[in-house]
Design a protein. Sequence first.
Length: 456
Amino acid sequence: MWGGRFSGGPSSVMQEINASIPFDKRLWKQDIQGSLAHIKMLAKQGIVEDDDANKIIVGLEQIFEEFLENGVPVDLTLEDIHMTIEKRLTEIIGPAAGRLHTARSRNDQVATAFRLWVRDAIDEVLQSLHMLQCVIVQRAEENADIILPGFTHLQVAQPVTLGHHFMAYYEMIRRDIDRFECARNRLNVSPLGSAALAGTGFNLDRDMTSSALGFDAPMGNSLDAVSDRDFALDYLSAASQSSLHLSRMAEEIIIWASQPYGFVSLSDQWSTGSSIMPQKRNPDAAELVRGHSGRITGQLNALMMVMKGLPLAYSKDMQNDKPPVFEAHDLFGLCIVSMSGMIETLTFHADNMHKAASSGFSTATDLADWLVRDLNIPFREAHHITGATVRHCEDNDIALSEIPADILTSIDGRLEGKPLPDLSVEGSVNSRISYGGTAPLRVRGMIAIAKQECGL
C-alpha cells in the first residue's frame, strides 16, 4: 500500500500489532455501503468516469455477495477491512479499482464505516430494549395486585405491589431508550469527504453522500470528523448505564429465587444444575447478566483511556476504538435477550411474597400517617408514638393491629378510644394513591400508558 515510500516490509511482529482485520472485518457491510455512496458521488461530479464508476459498483456488489456467503478472508498483510475490500476489488475489475480511493482517506473511510456500524448497533439495541419493555409491562399487568415487601437497606420497609415493582424497571429502560436515541441523533452526521484531516481539493458533493448514507448532514470540520469517537463513547456510556439496570434486575431475581425468600422460581430454560448437588437450580443466566455489566462498563473505561490524551487529528491508538464497542455490544445484546426470557418465564409465589410483606411491621408508616391525618398530631410526634408501639409489639410478638387499646393509651393519651386504621398490607397498598404510588389503581393507570407507548 505504501511501497513507494518504503523499501522494506514490516517485521512479523509489526505486521501483527498493526493489523486490525481480525476484528474490523465486522465493518465490511458498512465499508461497502460507504464506498458505493462515494463512487456514485465521484461519478456524478465528473471526478471519475462513468465507465470506471460502473465497474467499481458492480465489483463492490459482487464482494458484498461473496462476503455474505463465505465470510471475510483474513490476511494480516492487508491490515484492515478497507484494504481487504480494495484488493479484492482490484482482482475483480483490475486497475479501475484504484480510482475508488480518489478524494478519500482511510481516516474518513473508517470514521464513516464505524459510525454507520454503531448506528446499526443502536437500532438493534432499541428493538431489543423495546421487547424487554413489552415483557415487563405484560408481567406488571398480570401481577398488579400481588403484594410483596418493598425494601430499603434490604430490610422490609413498606408493602408494594409486584406490578409497581416491575414498572420501576420499565421506567429505567425507558430512560435507557432515551439515552440511546439521543446518542443516535448526535452521531448521525457524515465524516465522509473529510479525507485525511484537512478536507480535499476535489469538488465533492458531501451532501449527496451524507443523504445516501442516511445521515442528517455532513460534519462541519474535517479535523473533528476524522478524530471524533464521541459516538462510540456515547454508545458505551448508554450501554453501561443500561447494563447496570439489567444487573439490578438480575440481582433481585437471584435473591428472590433463593430458598430463604422463595418469591420466584426460574424456568428450566434459564437455570442450570450443579455438577455435585442434584437438588440445585442455579440462576446462572441472572448471575452472568450481573457479571457482564462489569465487563461492559470496563469497555467504556478502556475507550476513554484510549481517547483521553490524543492530539488532533488521527493517531493509530484509535485502532483500539472498535474492540471495546464490539465486545460490549455482543455482551449487552445477550444480557437484554436473557433478561427478557427470564422475566417472561418467571413463576411467582404470591403466598411467600405476602407473608414476607406482612413481616417486619411493614405498615408502621401507615399508623404514623393516620396519627397525622386523623388526629392532627405532628409527624415527628407520630413517628415517636409509632416507634414505641412497634417496640411493644416486637417485645410481645404481636402484630400492630393486635395491640391492646390500653397499651395504646399508655403510649399516648391522645389515642384513648381511637380505633386503629386498617394496618393490613392490602389496606396499606390500596391507600398509596398518590401519583406514582403503589396502589393497584394507580399502577394499572401507569400500565395503560406504558402499553400505549409499547404499542401493546
